[in-house]
Ligand binder design. Structure first.
Ligand code: MG
Length: 307
């Protein structure tokens, strides 16, 4: 096997405070979330997704989204702090909080659109169109997540064309970046390469594509290396691997930021992120909340410090 070609720099997009906490059973106090976000920003993470303006009844873990946003007023101009907006009501709340960057999400599959958004594939497009248009008109940066790109708990394998169609639609509607998600963590490098090369051929630019892997089957860092070799330079990750996978029975959720940084830094790829500071942050968060980190690199580095 030849060594994958790696870029000199990778942008690590931190999703722990939103995607991580959304999928943890524990509800975390607002002040703890705010300190978590500030510590992640201080560690050098170039983008930290802070919360989701979802209906509080749907995701009780993020019911304090307005308070989290209000608590970050002084940081919003200095840092990239995107927040998820599932619909126009969510966007209204984000605009009221003077958020500068929002994220929307669509499913690549009919089943997940029904389960997560309560609509079909056409309906989810109609739902997100005005959100993107209004956010862009307000001068916001917009990211578009595509969920279940490589597999779906109901439908199994997903056609390449289904994921690419959604990504292309989001870019046509004006999102600045799409994040292709392996929401249940079933992809391996062959599938990652197949989708990314097909997307590129279909006109989805690598410079506007991020990847979002879950480590359910232990393939996340391998998949990152495959994605980088395919020209991707933005990778989503979650401090401490926060966020148990909501649709697969597994302890592991999102790719851990520490595992990603270890993999990249040891191979000379720059991220601008201080791995030790992320480990400190995860250790602090775990001690404060009782949530157990799911990161091999975190565990190894904490153990090493004790010797
Ligand atoms: Mg995720």
């Amino acid at each position: 096997m030849t060594t994958p070609s790696l870029p000199t720099d990778v942008t690590v997009y931190e999703v722990g405070p939103r995607d991580g906490l959304q999928n943890e059973p524990t509800v975390i106090a607002t002040e703890v979330k705010l300190e978590f976000i500030r510590r992640l920003l201080a560690a050098g993470l170039p983008a930290v997704e802070a919360t989701s303006f979802v209906h509080p009844d749907r995701v009780p873990q993020l019911a304090d989204a307005d308070d989290v946003a209000a608590g970050l007023t002084s940081e919003l101009n200095a840092y990239r702090i995107p927040m998820l907006v599932p619909n126009e009501r969510g966007l209204d709340r984000a605009l009221a909080a003077e958020v500068k960057e929002v994220a929307v999400f669509l499913s690549a599959t009919e089943s997940f659109a029904q389960a997560n958004l309560g609509t079909d594939l056409a309906g989810q497009r109609a739902m997100v169109q005005p959100v993107i248009a209004r956010a862009k008109a307000a001068g916001l940066r917009v990211r578009g997540y595509v969920s279940m790109c490589w597999g779906d708990p109901w439908e199994g394998d997903v056609e390449l064309g289904a994921s690419i169609d959604i990504a292309a639609f989001l870019l046509e509607e004006g999102v600045d970046e799409v994040s292709l998600g392996d929401t249940i963590g079933v992809a391996t490098t062959k599938q990652v390469r197949a989708l990314l090369s097909s997307a590129r051929t279909a006109g989805v630019p690598t410079t506007r594509t991020a990847v979002h892997f879950h480590d359910t089957y232990g393939q996340a860092t391998a998949n990152v290396l495959a994605a980088l070799d395919e020209g991707i330079t933005t990778v989503d990750a979650s401090a401490g691997g926060l966020g148990g996978c909501p649709f697969a029975v597994s302890a592991t959720g999102n790719l851990a930021t520490e595992d990603l940084l270890w993999c990249l830094h040891r191979q000379g790829v720059r991220t601008g992120v201080d791995l030790d500071a992320v480990v400190d942050t995860t250790a602090w968060f775990a001690a404060t909340t009782g949530v157990t980190p799911q990161s091999r690199a975190f565990t190894a580095l904490v153990h090493k410090r004790g010797h």
